[in-house]
Design a protein around this ligand. Structure first.
Ligand code: ASN
Length: 296
């Protein structure tokens, strides 16, 4: 891999984590084995074919797909602002090797904010990205000149598009067409998916993904469900096995889950966009590309 890529990644991680720390977030450490992990289902753009399990000390544990449940747990315990650099394992279909943006092991910067809704969360994320990228061409002058001198520093606020409108306009291949037509990041909202993303009485989903020019989605998040009855209803609707979420449901039943919103930034995808890498494999010193054998 190009040395510049790792220097830029280091810079971005420092800017992002410093921003969160300065804004009152507590930095927790990740878990790799989980009793409850993100179902990643249903998801209109999902392609996970298996959730690996390991058996340790007589219990079945999943390799973490995302720490969404752990984030909601921490918020319920009175931590108002938390984040984690979380390694995620997602067994994507091998065909996804050719998209240039899928990995079966990657890291997301996953954060959650108590009492926030989708609107506040989007504004916060825009501020975080602005603060992270504003000075990159000055601070990382040599690296950026060498690998991506034409990088356009984004200028929030970003446009917001409804998932249904985008689908109606571009059809099935909407992502490919959208990313060719934009020169600033854009939000896609109201995506029909996971039980934990908030859906209001009108059926509107209070979630949001951030798409960047040329490369597509780099961040995914939402306002959360925290009411027991709603969570149960949605799990039943989606065929989610409740017994995998005992602790979450127990907290919800006791009324201890709190309203919150959050998101995860795919670090490798963020770095790919900033460094203009053709394939995301160029971002990992130890590439984890779907379907491929790993070297180390
Ligand atoms: N981290 C994402 C979120 O907070 C969830 C995910 O990765 N599926 O919404």
């Amino acid at each position: 891999m190009k040395k510049e890529v790792l220097y830029v990644q280091s810079y971005l991680l420092n800017r992002l984590t410093s921003f969160l720390y300065k804004n009152g977030f507590v930095w927790m450490l990740p878990v790799i084995l989980s009793k409850s992990t993100d179902p990643l289902f249903p998801d209109p753009s999902g392609s996970v074919i298996a959730v690996p399990e390991v058996e340790i000390y007589g219990q079945k544990l999943f390799l973490t797909q995302s720490m969404i449940v752990h984030k909601q747990y921490m918020i319920s315990q009175g931590f108002d602002r938390i984040f984690v650099l979380s390694p995620n394992i997602r067994v994507e279909r091998p065909e996804r090797a050719s998209t240039g943006k899928h990995l079966f092991e990657f890291t997301q910067l996953d954060f959650e904010i108590a009492e926030f809704d989708d609107i506040k969360a989007r504004a916060f994320i825009e501020k975080m990205l602005d603060s992270t990228l504003r000075y990159i061409k000055i601070d990382m002058n040599i690296e950026m000149k060498n690998i991506h001198s034409s990088f356009r520093i984004p200028k929030p606020p970003f446009k917001v598009y409804d998932y249904r409108d985008i689908l109606a306009e571009y059809g099935e291949n909407w992502e490919e067409m959208l990313v060719k037509s934009i020169d600033q990041p854009v939000w896609i909202v109201n995506i029909p998916r996971y039980f934990y993303d908030m859906q209001d009485e009108d059926g509107r989903w209070h979630n949001y993904d951030l798409y960047v020019p040329k490369y597509g989605e780099i961040l995914s998040g939402g306002q959360r469900e925290y009411q027991y009855d709603k969570i149960i209803r949605k799990m039943e609707r989606d065929g989610i096995n409740r017994s995998k979420y005992t602790k979450l449901l127990e907290l919800a039943k006791e009324g201890r889950l709190r309203p919150s919103a959050g998101a995860g930034i795919g670090i490798e995808r963020l770095v790919r966009w900033v460094t203009d890498a053709v394939h995301i494999r160029e971002i990992q010193p130890f590439p984890r590309v779907p379907g491929e054998n790993i070297e180390l």
